[in-house]
Design a protein around this ligand. Structure first.
Ligand SMILES: *Cc1c(COP(=O)(O)O)cnc(C)c1O
Length: 428
């Protein structure tokens, strides 16, 4: 299918003949100069001004601080549907949402390709996770496998959206609804999943959980949001997380508090409030950048996006890709990915390997109940994926061209030398 891409990048050597440019990993000159990439959360002076505003207010942690209330309202308006409550973190939001539905059963169905912070709250709530594999076509929970696990003892299905992906899975949602199972979406990495992304409608969910931590779209330090239409769930947030103050400002010691004290940080809220006003522009640049980058590298052999970046509803927290080792002459397994990642990093491309194991292996309490071999799609993604991390503003199309140049340089060396090249990189 794909070729090895652009003509080899060649430079004239001392003898006047052409040689393939030496990869930076072997001592060549990196494509991307140091300092050229602006890493997220891309601090700006106006963030400092926002923080100063909190200091001047003299109140650093009030849930009813006007900055927090404004943020909740602005974010709610931006979603076009939901009510929003700010809490301490994305993990706290998931904890509270599962806590709210835990009377419905003892199990929570979720994907093995997942984030420990998403799955931890299941056991924190005394519930049992039930893992299913992912569907390669959506890089998210396999809705058919999930529905097979539904039974009267399932309290919720937790649908994790990774890397800025939208995991629509309408049949899985429908099946859960029909059986009284709560649908909870972890959109910590996919803020736009709170908008009308399903052909003009919003996700069919009981609750969404969003993170505002420094690495996510709101890039705000430590912050999270419970997002829902259910007024009782909103009330539940206050019930479990406020022990000594109420939203009205009265100092009330709640007899019902579970003492979580998951209050939003007002400093983080002040930055998040700024970012909400610019969210559409931020998302557009992330989408444009990933689209452009994919256009420039899609002709390379053995590389695929995890989900289609030209679908302009995705949030593109980063741009995840995966390698097909066989198409590059490698054996199956992580060796091809690991070589490509090291080579691109040496060229100055901000590339990361994500987790390398299914989520249960990071959670000691449940690790022994599950076996990686039972989740072949999850393992395939974990062995072959990586992501390009800095695609947010102020980074733009010029930088994407440099990223693409680096990909072409690495692929052309791979084409020339084949998989043996990787052995040199390990010793070198
Ligand atoms: C970041 C993240 C969380 C947790 O959010 P925090 O605000 O860091 O607690 C949960 N799930 C996913 C998928 C995340 O990316």
């Amino acid at each position: 299918m794909n070729g090895f891409g652009a003509p080899e990048r060649k430079t004239r050597n001392a003898q006047g003949s052409f040689a393939v440019e030496r990869l930076a990993i072997f001592g060549g000159k990196p494509v991307i100069p140091r300092g050229r990439v602006t890493p997220w959360p891309a601090a700006e002076k106006k963030h400092l001004d926002a923080l100063r505003g909190v200091v001047d207010s003299g109140k650093y942690h009030r849930v009813n601080h006007p900055i927090v209330s404004d943020l909740e309202q602005n974010l709610a308006r931006w979603t076009g549907k939901w009510q929003v409550r700010a809490v301490g973190s994305g993990t706290a939001a998931i904890h509270i949402e599962l806590d709210y539905v835990k009377e419905r059963g003892e199990q929570v169905v979720t994907a093995a390709l997942n984030w420990p912070g998403a799955v931890g709250p299941i056991t924190i709530n005394g519930l049992q996770p039930v893992f299913v594999d992912v569907d390669m076509s959506v890089a998210g929970i396999d809705q058919r496998a999930a529905a097979e696990r539904f039974n009267p003892d399932v309290a919720a299905v937790l649908i994790t959206h990774l890397f800025g992906n939208n995991v629509l899975v309408p049949d899985g949602r429908h099946a859960a609804r029909a059986q009284g199972i709560a649908v909870i979406d972890d959109i910590c990495q996919s803020i736009a999943a709170a908008k009308a992304i399903v052909g003009g409608s919003h996700l069919d969910a009981d609750a969404l959980a969003l993170s505002g931590n420094g690495a996510k779209h709101l890039g705000a330090g430590e912050l999270g949001f419970v997002i829902t239409e259910d007024a009782d769930l909103i009330a539940h947030v206050d019930r479990v997380s406020l022990s000594s103050s109420s939203r009205s400002g009265a100092r009330i010691f709640s007899p019902l508090s579970q003492g979580y004290n998951y209050r939003p940080n007002v400093f983080s809220s002040s930055i998040a409030k700024l970012r909400v006003t610019e969210m559409d522009a931020q998302l557009e640049i992330r989408r444009d950048n990933s689209n452009l980058l994919w256009e420039m590298i899609s002709d390379l052999a053995g590389i695929l996006p995890l989900f289609d970046p030209s679908d302009c509803d995705h949030s593109m927290l980063n741009f995840p890709l995966r390698i097909e080792p066989e198409a590059l002459g490698f054996a199956p397994g992580p060796a091809a990915r690991d070589f490509v990642v090291k080579s691109l990093q040496a060229e100055g491309v901000p590339i990361c390997v994500w987790l390398t194991k299914p989520v249960f292996e990071y959670l000691p309490e449940i690790r022994n109940n599950w076996n990686a071999a039972d989740f072949p799609n999850t393992m395939k993604i974990l062995h072959t994926m990586f992501y390009v991390s800095e695609i947010a503003p102020p980074n733009g199309s010029e930088l994407m061209h440099l990223y693409a140049d680096a990909f072409h340089k690495v692929w052309s060396a791979l084409h020339k030398q084949g998989p043996e090249i990787a052995a040199g990189a390990i010793s070198g």
